[in-house]
Ligand binder design. Structure first.
Ligand code: GDP
Length: 368
C-alpha cells in the first residue's frame, strides 16, 4: 500500500510495538574480541571445543571445511592443539544401500547410548551428492530425536571436494569431536559404492547394514565391502520379514566362512535387528564392545589407528600431487596433445606418464 495515512485513528496506522531486545548478544560478542570479524582466536576455539561448546565446535568444523586459505591456516592450528586431546573414543563406520535403515538404526542405537550417558557424534560421508550443508537433517525423518539430544552432535558430510578431500576433512572433524568429549563417533556413508573404503580407513569398527530378500542377496554390495565388515546386520527383521531375515542371516554366515580371517583375529558376526522396533540393537552394541576389548587386549586397536594415520598421510600427498600436477601451467598446455598421442597409440601410456612427470618436475619451481 502506498500513500500516507492521514487519519491518526485509522486502523491502518502502525503503532509502536513492544520494545524488542537487541538480536545482538553482547556476551557472545565478547568472544569475538581481538580477531577478524566472525572469527575467534585460536585459543578461544580450542578452549571452546575442549569445554564441549557445540557452537564453537561447529564453527571450527566450518573452518576445516572452508577452502579459504586464511580459514585453512586457522583450522590447521586448531587441529594441532586438539590432536593431543583426541583419540579417546570408539569410531564406528555404518554403511548400506539407501533405504536399508541407516538413519533409523543410528537413531535407535544412538538414543540408547546417549541415555546411558555417552556423548555421540554422527558424521556423514557423501561424495556423490550435491547436498547442501545441514541437509542430513533436511529430509524430515532423519534422526529427529538425536538431532535435539543434548548428548548427540550430528554433522552432514563436507559438501564439496574429491572423495580424498572429504575423507581427510572427516578425519579431522573426528579429531575435533573427540577433543570436545564425544566418546562414540559414528561415520555414516550416505553415498554408495565408493565411500565405504574411505570410511573403513578411519574407523575402528565397520558395520554393514543389509536387507533380506531384496532379490539378489548381495544387493549390489561388492564382495570387497563384505570383506571389510566387522559385522553384517540384517535390518527390518520384523513383521512378515522376520523369517526372511533369519534365512538371510544363515546365508551370510555361510558366505563369511569363505572370507580370509581378519588381521585382528575378530570373527565378524552376522545378526538381525529391527531398527524401527528397537529389537536386537543392544545385542549389537554388546558385540561391538566385545570387539573393542579384544582389539585393545592385543594392541591391535592402537596399531590400526596408527596405520590409518600413515595411510591418510600418503593419501593427502597423493591428492596434493595430482591436484598440483593437473593445475601446473606447462602440464595443462601439454596434456591434450600427449593424451591424443596415447589415444592414437603413437606413444605408450607409460612413456607419456614419464614424459609428463619429467616436464612437471622441471617446471615445478617455475610455476610456484
Ligand atoms: P537410510 O536411507 O539407510 O538412512 O534408511 P532410513 O533409516 O531412512 O529408512 C528407510 C525406510 O525404512 C524408512 O521408511 C524407515 O522407516 C524404514 N525402516 C528403517 N528401519 C526399519 C526397520 O527396522 N523395520 C522396518 N519395517 N522398516 C524400517
Amino acid at each position: 500500500m502506498t500513500g500516507k495515512i492521514k487519519n491518526k485513528n485509522s486502523a491502518l496506522k502502525v503503532n509502536k510495538g513492544i520494545e524488542q531486545p537487541s538480536s545482538f548478544n553482547p556476551e557472545a560478542a565478547k568472544l569475538f574480541k581481538g580477531s577478524k570479524p566472525g572469527l575467534l582466536s585460536i585459543e578461544e576455539y580450542v578452549e571452546g571445543i575442549r569445554s564441549g561448546n557445540r557452537t564453537i565446535l561447529s564453527q571450527a568444523i566450518t573452518l576445516i571445511e572452508s577452502s579459504l586459505p586464511s580459514h585453512q591456516q586457522l583450522a590447521e592450528k586448531i587441529m594441532e592443539l586438539c590432536l593431543p586431546l583426541s583419540g579417546n573414543s570408539i569410531r564406528i563406520g555404518i554403511t548400506g544401500v539407501p533405504g536399508v535403515g541407516k538413519s533409523t538404526f543410528i537413531e535407535s542405537l544412538g538414543k540408547e547410548l546417549t541415555l546411558a550417558g555417552h556423548k555421540l557424534a554422527v558424521l556423514a560421508i557423501d561424495p556423490s551428492s550435491k547436498r547442501t550443508k545441514g541437509s542430513i537433517l533436511g529430509d524430515k525423518t532423519r534422526m529427529e530425536e538425536l538431532a535435539t539430544d543434548a548428548n548427540a552432535f550430528i554433522r552432514p558430510s563436507p559438501s564439496a571436494g574429491s572423495l580424498g578431500g572429504i575423507a581427510q576433512k572427516t578425519k579431522e572433524i573426528i579429531v575435533l569431536c573427540e577433543a570436545a568429549g564425544f566418546d562414540i563417533i559414528f561415520v555414516e556413508t550416505v553415498g554408495v559404492g565408493q565411500s565405504e573404503t574411505a570410511v573403513h580407513s578411519m574407523v575402528d569398527f565397520f558395520l554393514l547394514l543389509m536387507l533380506a530378500g531384496a532379490g539378489d542377496e548381495l544387493q549390489g554390495i561388492k564382495r570387497g565391502i563384505m570383506e571389510m565388515a566387522d559385522a553384517i546386520v540384517i535390518n527390518k527383521a520384523d513383521g512378515d520379514n522376520l523369517k526372511k531375515a533369519e534365512l538371510a542371516q544363515r546365508e551370510y554366515k555361510n558366505a563369511l566362512h569363505l572370507f580370509p580371517p581378519t588381521e585382528s583375529g575378530w570373527i565378524p558376526f552376522v545378526s538381525t535387528c529391527s531398527a524401527r522396533e528397537k529389537k536386537g540393537i543392544n545385542e549389537i552394541w554388546e558385540k561391538i564392545l566385545e570387539y573393542e576389548t579384544l582389539a585393545k587386549k592385543d594392541g591391535y586397536f592402537p596399531k590400526r589407528r596408527k596405520e590409518q594415520e600413515l595411510k591418510i598421510m600418503f593419501e593427502t600427498i597423493n591428492d596434493y600431487f595430482i591436484g598440483n600436477f593437473k593445475t601446473n601451467f606447462t602440464i595443462k598446455k601439454l596434456l591434450p596433445d600427449i593424451e591424443n598421442k596415447v589415444l592414437k597409440g603413437e606413444i605408450s601410456s607409460y612413456k607419456a606418464a614419464k614424459q609428463l612427470l619429467e616436464v612437471y618436475f622441471e617446471n615445478i619451481s617455475i610455476d610456484k
